[in-house]
Design a protein around this ligand. Structure first.
Ligand code: HEC
Length: 166
């Protein structure tokens, strides 16, 4: 049986696959990209939960997720990311924040409005605008392959989105 040493030698001789010295420090872009994707995973999570809370007329819960989304997008802004020559912070300000304010207004209508059906329709409409904002930024930053849609089913079967019954 050939020893590992022989295998390594023949590998070196035949293929020229000399082991490369390990990089001391990973490139900075790598860390940054990973961090942005991690923040986006939270954005995805809160955006999904926001939908089910809003559609269940659970305004306090929907408000909670709007707030979490705002905070997560603020963290994205603070990260100073550049993607495809775009300042991601600028896209957050121009695309994400206005769409989020629209959803916030719809949630406020759920609290204040006399007509829950109308408020829910407005929420659904504004949520659609938010989903479009997600995709517009993904496209601008050359991540159009990450396509967000209105959620069909909750990924969180252990959480109730409807308001608690007293
Ligand atoms: C301001 C720009 C911007 C906005 C707005 C934005 N994204 Fe992203 N998103 C990105 C970028 C850039 C990446 C790729 C990050 C990377 O390369 O690491 C990304 C990656 C993702 C990913 C992949 C990470 C994973 O866990 O699979 C998901 C999911 C995602 N975004 C969801 C959303 C959702 C949902 C919204 C809207 C509520 C949204 N994004 C809004 C820029 C944005």
């Amino acid at each position: 049986m050939p020893s590992r040493f022989v295998l390594l030698l023949s590998c070196l001789a035949l293929l020229g696959c000399a082991p490369q010295p390990a990089e001391d420090v990973p490139p900075a872009e790598y860390d940054e990209a990973e961090e942005l994707a991690q923040l986006m995973a939270y954005v995805q999570r809160y955006a999904e939960k926001l939908y089910f809370a809003g559609m269940a007329d659970n305004a306090p819960l929907a408000q909670f997720y709007v707030h979490e989304l705002e905070e997560t997008f603020e963290a994205v802004e603070d990260g100073g990311y550049i993607e495809n020559d775009w300042e991601v912070a600028e896209l957050v300000e121009d695309l994400a924040m206005p769409a989020l304010t629209g959803v916030e207004q719809a949630v406020a209508a759920q609290v204040l409005g006399p007509d829950p059906d109308r408020a829910r329709t407005l929420f659904e409409e504004r949520y659609g605008v938010l989903v479009n904002a997600c995709n517009a930024c993904h496209e601008s930053t050359a991540h159009g392959f990450i396509r967000i849609v209105v959620p069909e089913a909750s990924s969180f079967p252990n959480q109730q989105f409807a308001p608690p019954v007293d």
